[in-house]
Every structure is written in C-alpha cells, then in structure tokens.
Design a binder for this molecule. Structure first.
Ligand code: CA
Length: 226
C-alpha cells in the first residue's frame, strides 16, 4: 500500500516541487494551501506523514500541529522559513518530529521523510513489549503506559524511549541516538535531540528520573534510580 503524505504549504511553487518529487517516489500526495484545509483533510484521511509549513493563511501551522497532536502521533516535518531556533524548539514542544529549512532541496525533504517512514514500519525485534520500572511499552501497538496510564508519545519521542529502554544500563551517546532515530547523515543539530529528550522525560513524569544524563556523552536508562 502506498504511504499517504499531506503537504501543507501556501506557496504554490514550493508545494508543487515537493509534491512532484514525492509522487515520483510513489507516495500518494495530498495538498492543502491553508490550515483549515489541512485539518479537513486530516479528519478525512489517515496520513503516514504530514509536511507542515508554519506561516499559513487562516489557521497557522502551530495551531494545525496542536490540533493534530490531540488526535494522532503521525510523524510531522515542519517547514521553517529560516533556521530559526525559536521556531524549531517550539515545534518540538508541540511534538513535531523533524524540520526542514526553506528554501529546501527536495532530496533533503525526501531523505527526512524516508527516515521517519523507515522507523515507523520497522518490524519489532526480539520482544513485542518492554516492561521496566512501571513503564510498559507495547511495540506492536506502539503504545506507552506509565503506571497504568496510557501516555501519548510522538513518533520520535517513542523511538528515543524504546532505544534507551532496550539498552538499559548502557550509555547511549548522543551520536548513537541521533543515528538510530534520524540516520547517520542527519543534518540537524544537537539541540533537536535535547528538545525531544526533554519531552520524553516530561511525559514520563516521576519515571523520567530513570533517564539519566551522562555529561558530555549521552543518556542512560537506569533501573535503580530512587
Ligand atoms: Ca507559508
């Protein structure tokens, strides 16, 4: 089955460049030119990926993202006008998975999209679930239950948590985590991982203490954290 991608971008040229490129790669592409249209399509179809511009007429990208995240953990790539740190950080707080700076090269956008797809369809290895310290991960359903309460993790946050839990008591360097999640040629900066890690910890609540920071190195899931 073809993966469905929604592109939300009001600039026709950019939208068409992205669309043509993704169609060539055999994706099924839907387009929205403003936030309202995007939300209407989102309610109608089940997308595998959403590429979302921030500056949009009617309803802006931030509001679209908030609404989407209330209902779904679909991977979201943000299109930012410039490498604006504030924008990317707010994006990660709202649960976006990645960002691409405009004007973008279509092959970069495609590479980022593929990476998110690769992660989301990765077959579960060894075990179908992880049960540690009151955190239960069902890898088939991709759900996380913390002390009996189901918590919504975005695609990227989920990947980070599972990677740490599957390698409990081992230090995972920032490079290892970035490679695992985005691929070795990831062009993003270090702050991306930091922002996602912050969200993971926040969502784990008191259980967030099990993820410890190893200064200047990386992170570790420690079972025995009092
Ligand atoms: Ca725009």
């Amino acid at each position: 089955m073809q993966s469905k991608i929604l592109i939300v971008e009001d600039e026709t040229i950019l939208r068409e460049i992205a669309k043509d490129y993704l169609i060539k790669e055999k994706y099924e592409v839907y387009e929205a030119t403003d936030g309202e249209q995007a939300l209407a399509l989102f309610e109608e179809y089940l997308f595998d990926l959403i590429i979302l511009d921030i500056m949009l007429p009617a309803v802006d990208g931030w509001s679209v993202c908030r609404r989407i995240r209330k209902m779904s953990n679909v991977p979201v790539i943000l299109l930012t006008a410039r490498s604006d740190e504030e924008d990317t950080l707010l994006g990660f707080e709202l649960g976006t998975d990645d960002y691409v700076t405009k004007p973008f090269k279509p092959n970069i956008l495609l590479a980022r999209a593929k990476r998110l797809f690769k992660n989301s369809i990765r077959p579960s290895h060894q075990q179908d679930s992880i049960d540690l310290c009151g955190i239960y991960v069902d890898k088939l359903a991709r759900t996380v239950v913390v002390e009996g309460t189901k918590i919504d993790f975005t695609h990227t946050e989920y990947e980070i948590l599972v990677c740490l839990m599957e390698h409990k008591e081992q230090v995972l360097t920032r490079e290892t985590l970035i490679t695992h999640i985005w691929g070795y040629d990831y062009g993003g900066d270090d702050k991306t991982l930091t922002a996602h890690m912050r969200n993971v910890r926040l969502k784990l609540g008191e259980k967030g203490k099990h993820i410890t920071t190893v200064i200047r190195t990386g992170y570790k899931f420690e079972v025995n954290q009092k």
